[in-house]
Design a protein around this ligand. Structure first.
Ligand code: NZQ
Ligand code: ZN
Length: 390
């Protein structure tokens, strides 16, 4: 393990099918006014809203509601929420939903008491809140797994006007103080969203796995998480109500992106950069934007990280090595990934997500190029991955 790092994660997790019973007591640590943030209303039909309201009442809170957080939350919605949080001088933002709602809560938490344009400061310029600036604490009740937002500082906002979807990784003061993780809360997620979330988890792990050549504990952790995800996802797609599978996936998802498995390594993240640019153009479901380009991307970079792709084939997919060249083994690993993607039912191309050939130049321009992977992509590389993904 060659890298230098520090590690700390402030989120207190409550996990299991009675996790929500801890909510009212947890809420006691915060002031009287709670901004309850949620999405398009699924929490009202599946009963989660009622349970959360009941906990808020038990804790004696004054509740201000901020609903309608859309998948891939927008700058307009951020400005609206920041104003409401500031006007009401709230003490806590309680996000009830998936990654979009929790990401949004973090964005509101840093924007409410900031005088300038939060999109420009935190997202375009990638700055952090100034030390003196008030940050409203965030707590979450997770209803859909995939992003890891329940235990990280990530917050992704989309600006439709400029066609940019940008993620900011905030520091510890913005990471949720607590998160309620009840696997049963995820049972009502529609199948397409569910599998998109599964692929998002896989992608988070692969983004951190496909980099570096040193002997690193993080890579062994990543392999274990991938194996668990592949195993449980096969059960969950056949029976989404299988508690054991859904609970394993929920736990895997949290660990896939709470910074642990990236420790001591450089990281890639180019699938996410291309996926986010596609998201900015199409507003497609996040996990599908990743699955749509992954196979073309990994085939494109395979020869630059051949040893790791060989390891992926054998350690994650149990592909026998005997009689094969490294190149063949590496290709078989990526083919196994493709087979699994088809099995769980995620997009394996981007045309079905609304991407047209005319958009490709713009998507390539909107893609941020990172340098931690096996190959630093050029614009031409990105265009070629996009063409191969159509
Ligand atoms: O709007 P509601 O009613 O909540 O419905 C949502 C939404 O339509 C629905 N849903 C969620 N839980 C449900 C449910 N429907 C029925 N029953 C439930 N229990 O699912 C739909 C998608 O929800 P969303 O929150 O958008 O999905 P996801 O968790 O995939 O979040 C996607 C957002 O997170 C960002 C993405 O870019 C995207 O904007 N990401 C955040 C990251 C982070 N914080 O670190 C990293 C990720 O790579 C990702 O970029
Ligand atoms: Zn993701």
């Amino acid at each position: 393990m060659l890298g230098n790092f520090s590690y700390s994660n402030p989120t207190k997790l409550y996990f299991g099918d009675d996790a929500q019973k801890n909510l009212s007591e947890e809420l006691m640590h915060y002031g009287a006014k709670v901004l309850l943030t949620y999405g398009g209303g699924s929490i009202k039909t599946n009963g989660i809203y009622d349970e959360v309201i009941s906990a808020l009442r038990t804790a004696g809170k004054e509740v201000i509601e901020l609903s309608g957080v859309m998948p891939n939350p927008t700058t307009e919605k951020l400005y609206e929420g920041a104003k409401i949080a500031w006007e009401n001088d709230v003490d806590l933002i309680l996000a009830v939903g998936g990654g979009s709602t929790i990401d949004y809560a973090k964005a509101v938490s840093v924007s409410a008491w900031y005088d300038g344009d939060p999109w420009e400061k935190f997202y375009l310029k990638q700055e952090d809140p100034d030390g003196s600036q008030r940050i409203i604490p965030v707590g979450s009740v997770l209803t859909m797994v995939g992003t890891g937002s329940e235990m990280n500082g990530g917050s992704v906002i989309t600006n439709h006007e400029t066609k940019l979807k940008i993620g900011k990784v905030f520091g510890e003061s913005v990471v949720p103080k607590f998160s309620i993780l009840n696997p049963r809360y995820t049972f009502s997620v529609p199948q397409r969203q569910m599998v998109a979330g599964f692929f998002d988890i896989m992608s988070h792990i692969m983004e951190q796995y496909f980099s570096g050549e040193d002997d690193n504990t993080s890579d062994y952790l990543a392999e274990g998480l991938m194996r668990s995800l592949i195993h449980s996802s096969r059960i969950a797609v056949k029976n989404p109500q299988d508690y054991e599978a859904r609970s394993n996936i929920m736990w895997t998802s949290t660990w896939a992106l709470n910074t642990l498995i990236g420790k001591g390594k450089s990281q890639d993240w180019m699938v996410h950069m291309i996926g986010q640019a596609i998201g900015a153009y199409t507003d497609a479901t996040h996990g599908m934007t990743l699955s749509g380009v992954s196979i073309a991307y990994y085939r494109h970079i395979l020869r630059y990280g051949l040893n790791k792709f060989v390891r992926f084939a054998t350690a994650v997919w149990d592909i026998p090595a005997a009689g094969k060249t490294d190149e063949q083994l590496a290709q078989e690993g990526v083919n196994a990934l493709l087979d699994w993607m088809k099995e769980i039912g995620v997009a394996t191309e981007i045309t079905s997500l609304g991407v047209t050939e005319e958009m490709l130049e713009g998507i390539a321009d909107a893609t941020f190029i990172m340098s931690g992977g096996f190959k630093v992509l050029t614009r031409e590389d990105i265009l070629s991955v996009l063409h191969e993904s159509l």
